[in-house]
Design a protein around this ligand. Structure first.
Ligand SMILES: Cc1cc2nc3c(=O)[nH]c(=O)nc-3n(C[C@H](O)[C@H](O)[C@H](O)COP(=O)(O)OP(=O)(O)OC[C@H]3O[C@@H](n4cnc5c(N)ncnc54)[C@H](O)[C@@H]3O)c2cc1C
Length: 505
């Protein structure tokens, strides 16, 4: 532990604040460091943020929570991926499923094989070859299977390639993380911070509404979109990415539901953005994400309320946001996490991933590295590289589309991040592009999305000779059949699994 850090103050009691507190509390006592979370009862948390990606398990494992506990305590359901409806064009659907797509064919990776046969068949999604997608569509749920001992390398076991994440009630999850942190010695204070005192080291102290001064050696800004410490007090530079990620508002509403929950998130495109549907055990989280340049708040609310199923159980609520990030979330003695550090888009559920990944990195740097001088630089560089890759992936969903409304046609012609442009150009020319090691979304994800969005690949260019086509088509059929047969044989429905976990079975 850096010797001069004895008190850490986390400002904010939303998902970011409590996740970070729970992570750091695992090691703080042994290092003689006190941790305090300060939040304001009259500044609500954002309250959305209910879909995750498989890295949610890194956070749960680290703080010693199981998904069974989350299922019991936070209305959680499992998530195999995201179903995109109408993104390519109205009426077309594809899914971005977690885990891998297909299996290699000899020396060729699966996608190269698929592309070689692409000119000979008409299906333009990778859905049939992705086990998580097939299981999700059937409403079945299974944990990842073990590969049988001694199984030959070339044999394909689709259920070994599954991967999944969770949907949960954000407030209930924050409550669990909070209980976890408090059990490990974190102190909680409910006080509104009205002024921030800065000094040589960065932040010196926070003044509460009651006039009290709270000092600490190190601060973590989890104060949400305002960024009370990192942006307002330290003047952190926010890079605006609205040119690439055009939506800036959401209307959120919860509805009651009595049918079995889907093991996937729905993302349904509309004329000026998209709407989400996240099915928890007994209610559904819904939201309409839109560009305020293209749709009014009333139109967005009407659209959402006309499309949701079930009775609304709260009032529709508007949330304004600006896509972008802090270039240097770690500045002086203050690190921004969560919405304070930036917000890309809820499209691929990446925010909670970024919170947990950078809370874990901070823990490692503070407690294992003993505060090496280059930690700040490395932390910021990793953050920049990772958020840029995520931005490219999210932006690709908008850029590659065939819809005809102004919002969508503008996205096709809009300025792109140069790094995305390079990827798309290489993809068009070679059917491939390289991704850095730190990319959160690998080739399986990228190809599912680009193909699903209807990327205009010149399939004949990549086709294998006609004489070789029957063998390749047979291989592809076998893979699709294996995926179908194995996922059909999953013994329990998603609903049955949830029910048995809740009941303790
Ligand atoms: C429309 C939308 C949809 C989203 N969907 C997803 C999703 O599906 N998956 C996902 O991973 N993420 C999603 N996110 C992001 C996710 O909601 C957030 O990353 C997550 O909730 C963390 O929020 P936070 O803790 O940073 O901020 P908040 O929840 O806003 O918490 C801020 C905290 O700071 C405190 N605070 C603020 N100012 C002060 C002050 N002056 N004094 C004292 N306390 C103060 C508040 O009291 C509060 O406790 C979504 C975001 C939006 C906007």
């Amino acid at each position: 532990m850096a010797p001069d850090i004895k008190n850490i103050l986390i400002l904010g009691g939303g998902t970011a604040g409590w996740a970070c507190a729970a992570v750091l509390a695992q090691r703080s006592a042994e290092h003689g460091v006190s941790l305090t979370v300060v939040d304001a009862a009259d500044i609500p948390t954002i309250g959305v943020g209910e879909a995750t990606i498989p890295t949610i398990y890194d956070l749960l494992n680290h703080v010693g929570m199981t998904d069974t506990e989350v299922v019991k305590a936070a209305q959680a359901t499992f998530k195999y991926g995201i179903q995109f409806e109408g993104w390519s064009r109205r009426g077309e659907t594809y899914m971005h499923g977690f885990g891998t797509t297909g299996t290699p064919r000899g020396e060729d990776d699966f996608f190269t094989a698929w592309l070689g046969g692409g000119a000979y068949f008409s299906s333009r999604t990778l859905d049939a070859f992705t086990p998580a997608v097939a299981a999700a569509r059937k409403g079945r749920f299974a944990r990842v299977a073990e590969r049988p001992a001694g199984a030959a390398q070339h044999l394909y076991y689709p259920l070994c390639e599954l991967s999944y994440a969770l949907h949960f009630d954000a407030a209930l999850l924050a409550r669990e993380l909070r209980a976890n942190a408090l059990r490990n010695g974190v102190v909680h204070r409910s006080s509104k911070i009205v002024a921030v005192e800065t000094g040589e080291r960065g932040i010196a102290a926070l003044r509460t509404g009651d006039g009290e001064l709270i000092e600490a050696d190190f601060f973590i800004d989890c104060s949400g979109l305002t960024g009370v410490l990192s942006r307002a007090a330290l003047g952190g530079m926010f890079e605006d990415w609205r040119a690439y990620l055009p939506c800036d508002r959401a209307i959120a509403v919860q509805t009651a539901r009595s049918t079995a929950p889907n093991p996937y998130t729905r993302s349904v495109a509309h004329r000026a953005g998209w709407r989400w549907e996240i099915q928890l055990q007994s209610r559904t989280g819904n939201g309409c994400v839109y560009s305020s340049d293209h749709m009014s708040d009333d139109e967005a609310t009407d659209l959402l309320m006309s499309e949701v199923a079930g009775e609304a159980i709260n009032q529709p609520r508007r949330i304004d946001f600006r896509t972008g990030r802090l270039a240097e979330p770690w500045e002086a003695n203050c690190v921004a996490l969560g919405l304070a550090a930036g917000f890309l888009e809820p499209l691929e559920s990446t925010s909670i991933h970024l919170i947990s990944k950078y809370a874990l990195l901070l823990e490692q740097m503070l407690f294992d590295n003993a505060g090496k001088p280059d930690d700040r630089g490395r932390f910021n560089a990793m953050w920049r590289a990772e958020t840029e890759e995520i931005r490219d992936f999210l932006s690709a969903h908008y850029v590659v589309n065939q819809r005809d409304e102004p919002f969508w046609t503008e996205r096709r012609d809009a300025k792109r991040p140069p790094s995305l442009d390079r990827k798309l150009q290489a993809f068009a020319q070679t059917g491939w592009f390289d991704l850095p090691d730190h990319a959160l979304f690998g080739h399986d994800s990228w190809f599912q999305v680009l193909i699903g969005q209807g990327f205009a690949l010149d399939y004949p260019q990549f086709a294998i000779p006609r004489a070789e086509a029957p063998g390749l088509l047979q291989f592809l059929q076998n893979v699709a059949r294996a995926v179908d047969v194995e996922t059909s044989a999953i013994p329990r429905s998603h609903q049955q699994v949830i029910h048995s976990l809740v009941e303790g079975g």
